[in-house]
Design a protein. Structure first.
Length: 182
């Protein structure tokens, strides 16, 4: 039994090392890719979330889905508004609610960055077969599910948490029903 645990511990060390190395390389490459566009990583994440959501969204929802705290999100939103990539306004239904929406300039910038990222990914991963890519996608999806379960939500809320992240990245969620007149 001890040998099995020792083997598993060593295997986890190797997997963790590989994963951390991949994250560092990917982050460095992504920051290099963002540099010509004048965005930081947090600004890109926020702008990408807004562009995929496509509707004005509450700051609190944006904070939640981007995993930033409220003060950080306020600063990011300020900079995106200043750059003309997003707009911020109060809800007509509840003046206490602050909404953020991507502008057409922000949408265009995200499209350029996504095109560049896709071209970069196609080049980097060209050596992988379709089957290998499918397996990687399957494994990463499974690992993401396990990590989200471990760090942030109870099993009973896992599907809701993952759905919220997926819906936010794919289109409007219930916060789209928020009055968007501005």
């Amino acid at each position: 039994m001890t040998e099995v645990l020792d083997f598993r511990a060593e295997q986890m060390k190797r997997i963790s090392g590989i994963f951390i190395t991949l994250m560092l390389i990917a982050k460095r490459r992504f920051l290099q890719l963002l540099q010509p566009f004048g965005l930081t990583l947090p600004q890109f994440i926020t702008l990408a979330a807004l562009s995929m959501y496509q509707e004005p969204c509450k700051m609190s929802d944006l904070t939640s889905v981007t995993l930033h705290d409220a003060a950080t999100m306020t600063g990011i939103a300020d900079r995106l508004v200043h750059m003309g990539l997003a707009e911020r306004f109060h809800s007509q239904m509840d003046r206490r609610v602050v909404l953020v929406h991507v502008t057409s300039a922000g949408l265009n910038l995200i499209k350029q960055i996504q095109d560049e990222l896709l071209n970069d990914s196609l080049t980097v991963y060209r050596i992988l077969t379709d089957e290998e890519l499918a397996k990687i996608e399957q494994v990463f999806s499974y690992v993401l599910r396990q990590v989200v379960t471990y760090i942030s939500v109870e099993d009973t809320h896992l599907d809701a948490a993952l759905s919220k992240l997926e819906l936010f990245m794919c289109g409007p969620t219930p916060c789209a029903a928020e009055d968007t007149a501005h």
